[in-house]
Write a protein that binds this ligand. Structure first.
Ligand code: NAP
Length: 254
């Protein structure tokens, strides 16, 4: 498929469903070969890969549960093997750290196991995925980290999720500084209330009302709203943007 990402290779974590699926589809539509990462729902990953291939694109699934600290290493073993078989090298161009763990519990309701799982999936895993990606990402490449408006908005039910995304945003600027000399841009996007399996509130017409009222553009986000911004950052048109947090919430709580 010919487009502005023709010849590029992308890894999208959590690329099989929700925002990740829309991102995988969008990058593939622009010509990138996409490694569609997922946790355990192989069927959903195969459906996404099949949809990309049916539309004329290239993709393959790759599984690793990021709640396991050994996952980044395992993920890159699988990715290396697949890329070597397809292209004869382990190099790639675009990393989208999208997979995330939610959780709605106030501080008094949060267990240490919840705390560890959310920090592991939302911060530690992206950190070590980026570390493993460093020697494989080609100069001029792209990293996009999927954060959340919960990093800046006070919700009593997100005392771990919000800070985990704030940590991811701070990591974003640090790594942007490190990779600037290689022409690799590193940015974060922050979805607001977005219609995916993870967001039960977005699916509930009554519970979602206050979030729609708080959203300047007057609706919940669709995965494609976020994917289009990620694709822009991943393209040559995004080459002069790095170390930024791009709000992709339709103006939630402006
Ligand atoms: N939806 C929202 O309102 C919203 C708002 C702000 C930010 N975000 C952020 O956007 C990102 C995507 O969220 P989404 O709503 O699109 O989620 P989603 O629809 O629930 O999709 C989840 C994807 O991530 C994978 N995944 C989940 N847990 C994983 C784990 N432990 N290890 C590896 N992969 C895992 C899933 O794989 P399986 O299919 O195998 O489970 C699937 O591919 C997350 O970082 C989230 O924090 C979402």
């Amino acid at each position: 498929m010919a487009g502005e990402l023709t010849g590029k290779i992308a890894l999208v974590t959590g690329g099989s469903r929700g925002i990740g699926r829309a991102t995988s589809m969008r990058l593939a539509r622009e010509g990138a070969t996409v490694a569609v990462h997922y946790k355990s729902n192989r069927q959903a990953a195969e459906v996404t890969v099949a949809a990309i291939i049916a539309a004329g694109g290239a993709a393959f699934p790759i599984a690793a549960d990021l709640a396991d600290p050994a996952a980044p290493e395992r993920l890159f073993q699988l990715l290396d093997a697949e890329l070597t078989a397809r292209f004869g090298s382990t190099g790639f161009d675009i990393l989208v750290n999208n997979a995330g763990a939610g959780g709605r519990a106030t501080i008094d309701q949060t267990t240490e196991a919840d705390f560890d799982r959310i920090l592991q999936v939302n911060f530690k895993a992206p950190f070590f995925i980026i570390q493993h990606a460093l020697p494989r990402l080609r100069d001029g490449g792209r990293i996009v980290n999927v954060s959340s408006t919960a990093a800046r908005i006070a919700y009593a039910w997100s005392p771990v999720y919000g800070p985990s995304k704030a940590a991811l945003e701070t990591l974003t600027v640090s790594v942007a500084k490190h990779l600037g000399p290689r022409g690799i841009t590193v940015n974060a996007v922050t979805p607001g209330t977005t219609m995916t399996d993870m967001n039960k509130v977005a699916q509930d017409p009554v519970a979602v009302r206050p979030f729609v009222e708080m959203t300047t553009l007057g609706r919940v986000g669709q995965p494609e709203d976020i994917a289009d911004v990620i694709a822009f950052l991943a393209s040559d048109r995004g080459r002069w943007i790095t170390g930024q947090r791009i709000d992709t919430s339709g103006g939630l709580r402006l």
